[in-house]
Design a protein around this ligand. Structure first.
Ligand SMILES: O=C(CO)[C@H](O)[C@H](O)COP(=O)(O)O
Length: 214
């Protein structure tokens, strides 16, 4: 069954513990944690200290999505803050050696590792690394903000990633503009994890929203 990963970017930060408990009770599988630095994307969110606090009050899988320049500079802080997986953007690296070093480093610490692609980045850029990844994150909006419209080209990317893998060697995750309709299209294309921010957190009934994605 598909996993649902509500993005805490859309949570009420003054009521974070309450919101985390609410999405767990409503059937969320993972927490998606969007880290934005104001450079790689034009928005600033939160860092590793808040992740560490969250890790003390939930047992949900902590799916960290780094939308930052120089991911290697901060990765140890997110490992120490109990990330379950750490995904960085392939566009944030300047060469293949740095990408391989990042993957090896995260794995060395027993944490799952992923690479993400922006809407304009082709799946082919990921091919050299796929055998070493636990997760591939397809952005279906331009990273930076919640509440944007789903970009359809994500579907063919998910299909391509599904064809490239054997025995679900890596999970395919999709993020941005996910609701019951777009979520269904992504599932049919082969997605395993649906990130949903506004659709879950702004729903009148979060349980129904999460169930509609599953
Ligand atoms: O990574 C993100 C933005 O960069 C968010 O996770 C994503 O946009 C989810 O929000 P929504 O479901 O409201 O589109």
């Amino acid at each position: 069954m598909v996993k649902v990963a509500p993005s805490v970017l859309s949570a009420d930060f003054a009521e974070l513990k309450k919101d985390l408990d609410s999405i767990k009770n409503c059937g969320a599988d993972w927490i998606h944690y969007d880290v934005m630095d104001g450079h790689f994307v034009p928005n600033i969110s939160f860092g590793y200290s808040i992740l560490n606090d969250i890790s003390q009050v939930t047992d949900l899988y902590l799916d960290v999505h780094l939308m930052i320049e120089n991911p290697m500079k901060y990765v140890d802080e997110f490992i120490k803050a109990h990330a379950s997986s750490i995904t960085a953007h392939i566009e944030a690296f300047s060469n293949e050696q740095d990408i391989r070093a990042f993957i090896q480093h995260v794995h060395h610490h027993g944490v799952n590792v992923g690479l993400s692609i922006k809407p304009a980045t082709p799946v082919d850029t990921l091919i050299p690394y796929l055998d070493d990844l636990d997760l591939v994150l397809v952005m279906s909006v331009e990273p930076g903000f919640g509440g944007q419209k789903f970009q359809e080209q994500a579907i063919s990317k998910i299909e391509q990633l599904d064809q490239l893998r054997q025995e679900r060697s890596y999970l395919i995750e999709v993020d941005g503009g996910i609701n019951a309709t777009t979520g269904m299209l992504c599932r049919q294309a082969g997605a395993d994890v649906l990130v949903a921010g506004s659709y879950v957190f702004q729903a009148e009934n979060r349980k129904e929203a999460i169930e509609s994605l599953k």
